[in-house]
Design a protein around this ligand. Structure first.
Ligand code: GBH
Length: 463
C-alpha cells in the first residue's frame, strides 16, 4: 500500500488510543471493588441490549499486559484509560481500597516500560452506587467526594501520569443519565439534570485544584462536542440549533472558558433552570485555567424547531429544548446509525477557536466508528469502513490544524471492542476485535492502518 494519501501532522503531534474502565475491565468483584451505577443499570432487565453487563467485558483487569503489548506494537505515544472510582473507594468515600489502586499502579508501570505515556481520566461514568443512593450528581456533596477521590489517585500515581482528564463527557452524565435515562442511573428528570450539570462542572473545578496541589503535570477535561446544524435557514430552525448548541456544547464551554453560563440559557431551559443549586464563587472554581481541552468527536447533529414530542423517543430528554433531531440524507451511516460527515469535524474546530479565543491547546481524546465487522475466511477483519472513517476524519483534523487550530494529539476510540453502554457488546468500536467467548484479541485492518500512519509520521519527523 502506498502512503500517498495518509494524512500528515506537524512534528510533535501525538497519537494514542483510548478506553474506559467499565467498558473493558470486567472483574467487577475483584480486590474489593464496590458496585457502580453501571453494575446496577446493566443488571436491571431490559435496559441494556441483549442483557449484556460489564461483569467480564474484555477482562482487561487480568489481561492488561497483553493489551499494553498491543499498544506497544501499534506504536502509539499515549494511552488514555479511566480509573474506576469504585475500585479506589468502594462506597465513593471513606476507606481507601489500596488493592484497587494497585491495579492502576501495575498498568501505569507496564505502559511506561513500553514507552507509552499514560493519560488518565478520573471519571468515565462509573459512579459508586453508594453515592448515587445519596443523591448522585443531583447533590453537591458528590462533587466534594470527587475532589477527595481525585487527591487520593493523584497522590498515588501523580509521579508517573503526565496528563489528567477530570471528567469524560459531563453532557452524557447529566443529560443521558439524568434526563434521557439511557445511561445509568436511568433517571428522567428535569431540574435535577440541570443541577447535575452544574455539580459536574464544580466537581471538575475542585478536582483541578487538587491535581494542581498534588503537582500534576497537565490537566484538562473531555467534552463530547457536537457540530449542530439547523435543518433549514429559517429563523425558527436556527434558533432551535442555538438551543441544541447550548445543551450540547455551550453549557460546558462557556463556564469553562468565558467565566459565565451562556446568554441564551433562560430561553433554552425555561423554568426548569431555577438556579438554586448555584453558589457565589462557583464560576471561579469552574473556570480555572486548563492545560488542554479534550474533545470527543463522532458526528454532526441536525435539528429543527418543533415540539420535543417529535424527537426520537430514545433521544428525547426531560429537558425540553424544542429541537428534535433530523436525519441526514445522502451520507453513509455507521452501525450506530450516526452520519459520517468528516467536514463537520474541521468546521467544529474552526468555529470553536473563533468563538472561544482563550481556549487552551486541544487534544482529540476520542474519535472512531462502530461498524458491522466480521471475521473473514482468511481469519482477518477487513474493516474497510472503519479505515475510511478514520482516514477521512484524520484528514479533516489535519485540515483544521493547517487552518491554524492548535491540536496537539489524537486518540482513536477504541483500542478494543468493548461494552458500548446501552448497546452492550453488539456495537464494536475497536481497532482490535475481541472474541467474547474466548476473550482473544485480533487486530483488525484498521489497527494496521493506524500503525502505518504512525510509522509514516515518525519517518517524516523522527521520534
Ligand atoms: C463516547 O460517547 C464515550 O465517551 C465512549 O465511552 C463511547 O464508547 C463512545 O463515545 C462511543 O459511543 O440519544 O440522548 O441517548 C459518545 C457521545 C453522546 C454518544 C450521547 C451517545 C447518546 C445520546 N455520546 N449519545 S441519546
Amino acid at each position: 500500500m502506498s502512503n500517498d494519501h495518509l494524512p500528515e501532522f506537524p512534528a510533535g503531534f501525538r497519537f494514542g488510543a483510548a478506553t474506559a474502565s467499565y467498558q473493558i475491565e470486567g472483574a467487577v468483584h475483584a480486590d474489593g471493588r464496590g458496585p457502580s451505577i453501571w453494575d446496577t443499570y446493566s443488571h436491571t432487565p431490559g435496559l441494556v441490549l441483549n442483557g449484556d453487563t460489564g461483569d467480564v467485558a474484555c477482562d482487561h483487569y487480568h489481561r492488561y499486559a497483553e493489551d499494553v503489548e498491543l499498544l506497544r506494537r501499534l506504536g502509539v505515544d499515549a494511552y488514555r484509560f479511566s480509573v474506576a472510582w469504585p475500585r479506589v473507594l468502594p462506597t465513593g468515600a471513606g476507606e481507601v481500597n489500596q488493592r484497587g489502586l494497585d491495579f492502576y499502579d501495575r498498568l501505569v508501570d507496564a505502559l511506561l516500560e513500553a514507552g507509552i505515556t499514560p493519560t488518565a481520566t478520573l471519571y468515565h461514568w462509573d459512579l459508586p452506587q453508594a453515592l448515587e443512593d445519596a443523591g448522585g450528581w443531583r447533590v453537591r456533596a458528590t462533587a466534594e467526594h470527587f475532589a477527595a477521590y481525585t487527591r487520593i489517585v493523584a497522590d498515588r500515581l501523580g509521579d508517573r501520569i503526565r496528563h489528567w482528564i477530570t471528567l469524560n463527557e459531563p453532557f452524557c452524565t447529566a443529560f443521558v443519565g439524568y434526563a434521557v435515562g439511557r445511561h445509568a442511573p436511568g433517571a428522567r428528570e428535569g431540574t435535577p439534570a440541570l443541577a447535575a450539570a452544574h455539580h459536574l462542572l464544580v466537581a471538575h473545578g475542585l478536582a483541578v485544584r487538587e491535581l494542581r496541589a498534588a503537582g500534576a503535570h497537565e490537566v484538562g477535561i473531555t467534552l463530547n462536542l457536537d457540530r449542530v446544524l439547523p435543518a433549514s435557514d429559517s429563523e425558527a430552525d436556527r434558533a432551535a440549533a442555538d438551543r441544541a448548541e447550548t445543551l450540547h456544547n455551550r453549557v460546558w464551554l462557556d463556564p469553562l472558558f468565558t467565566g459565565a453560563y451562556p446568554a441564551n440559557e433562560a430561553e433554552t431551559w425555561g423554568e426548569l433552570a431555577d438556579g438554586s443549586y448555584r453558589r457565589d464563587g462557583d464560576l471561579e472554581i469552574i473556570g480555572q485555567p486548563l492545560d488542554f481541552l479534550g474533545i470527543n468527536y463522532y458526528r454532526p447533529i441536525k435539528v429543527a424547531d418543533g415540539p420535543w414530542e417529535e424527537a426520537d423517543p430514545a433521544r428525547r430528554t426531560a429537558v425540553d429544548i424544542r429541537a428534535p433531531e433530523q436525519r441526514f440524507e445522502g451520507v453513509r451511516h455507521t452501525a450506530m446509525d450516526w452520519p459520517v460527515v468528516p467536514g463537520s469535524f474541521t468546521d467544529l474546530l474552526l468555529d470553536l477557536t473563533e468563538r472561544y479565543p482563550d481556549l487552551p491547546p486541544i487534544l482529540i481524546t476520542e474519535n472512531g466508528s462502530a461498524e458491522h465487522d466480521t471475521v473473514s475466511p482468511d481469519g482477518r477483519v477487513h474493516d474497510a469502513d472503519r479505515v475510511a472513517y478514520l482516514n477521512d476524519h484524520l484528514h479533516a483534523l489535519a485540515a483544521a490544524i493547517r487552518a491554524g487550530v492548535d491540536v496537539r494529539g489524537y486518540f482513536v476510540w477504541s483500542l478494543l471492542d468493548n461494552f458500548e453502554w446501552a448497546f452492550g457488546y453488539e456495537r464494536r468500536f475497536g481497532i482490535v476485535r475481541v472474541d467474547y467467548d474466548t476473550l482473544e484479541r485480533l487486530p483488525k485492518d484498521s489497527y494496521f492502518w493506524y500503525q502505518r500512519l504512525i510509522e509514516h509520521h515518525r519517518a517524516r519527523h523522527g521520534g
